[in-house]
Design a protein around this ligand. Structure first.
Ligand code: OAD
Length: 256
């Protein structure tokens, strides 16, 4: 069912009674905060840069300075950004649902800044530095253009998942567990092209969850979703939240 804006009554009812809501977010959720997405043709990050030159272990080995410059630029961009209405609605939703799991492919930390408490960072975090030799988290404030691990002297790298790298095992297992346990699964602001994240909805569906997509341009996966809410997450998610609020507190909603 594709819906241009309004929240279907049956979806609001399912959300109100859901025991465990699992949400997967992608770059689209941060677009309204001014953080470019990856694949949008005109403004996406990958439209200006070749990912294989910047986001692979081989690229880092060949040109660590270039890779660091790019990540420092992204850090500055994100540090200047603020969570938007979509982030805030997801933080509020966490308070209304018995069990709420937020899995994000984003590395920007905006969900946490909006107030979500338990976030599974599927692709790591832009603001974490790791030792390439030991994988340990190191203090990123130390060192110059090519920082080194204070403990062993090896190079340090941004703590994100690059192309060709595995998802951190703890994040993978937590996400699989949440997707198979939830009774509602939402895929928000993601092109659903990158696996294993894009496969989580299949696990949720097999477990019997109601599935929802939120995207201004529904993805190729849309046929598989029970509900497709067409629109920006900053517009749709506050409406979704409001639809639950109206059902949980009808008198309060009438008077406000
Ligand atoms: P993409 O850039 O592939 O997709 C962004 C999606 O957001 C598209 O489907 C847009 O239609 C949608 N979108 C744009 N504006 C939106 C808005 N205001 N509200 C809701 N949706 C909006 O980004 P991801 O799917 O996150 O991985 O990309 C997945 C992974 O590919 C990234 O985590 C990254 C990248 O390579 C790594 O770096 C490992």
């Amino acid at each position: 069912m594709a819906t241009p804006c309004a929240i279907p009554e049956a979806l609001a009812a399912s959300l109100e009674t859901a025991r465990h809501v699992c949400v997967l977010t992608g770059a689209g959720v941060s677009a309204e905060s001014g953080v470019p997405t990856f694949r949008d043709a005109r403004r996406g990050l990958w439209a200006k840069y070749e990912p294989q030159q910047l986001a692979t272990p081989a690229a880092f080995a060949a040109q660590p300075g270039l890779v660091w410059d790019w990540y420092r630029w992204r850090r500055g961009l994100v540090a200047a950004a603020e969570p938007n209405a979509g982030h805030r609605a997801l933080a509020a939703l966490e308070q209304r649902v018995p069990v709420f799991t937020l899995i994000t492919q984003n590395v920007d930390g905006l969900h946490q800044r909006a107030g979500n408490t338990a976030v599974i960072e599927f692709h790591g975090n832009l603001f974490v530095d790791r030792c390439v030799a030991e994988g340990t988290v190191v203090d990123g404030t130390l060192g110059g253009d090519l920082p080194r691990c204070p403990a062993c002297g090896a190079a340090t790298r941004p703590g994100v998942v690059w192309f060709g790298e595995a998802i951190p095992e703890a994040a993978l297992q937590a996400a699989y567990g949440a997707a198979s346990d939830c009774d509602m699964f939402m895929s928000i602001g993601t092109s659903s092209l990158v696996y294993p994240a894009a496969g989580l909805v299949d696990i949720a569906r097999e477990g019997g969850a109601v599935t929802v997509e939120v995207n201004p341009q529904p993805t190729d996966e849309r046929a598989g979703f029970d509900y497709v809410l067409i629109g920006r997450s900053g517009a749709v998610l506050p409406k979704l939240l409001e639809s639950v609020h109206e059902r949980q507190c009808p008198q309060q909603s009438e008077s406000t």
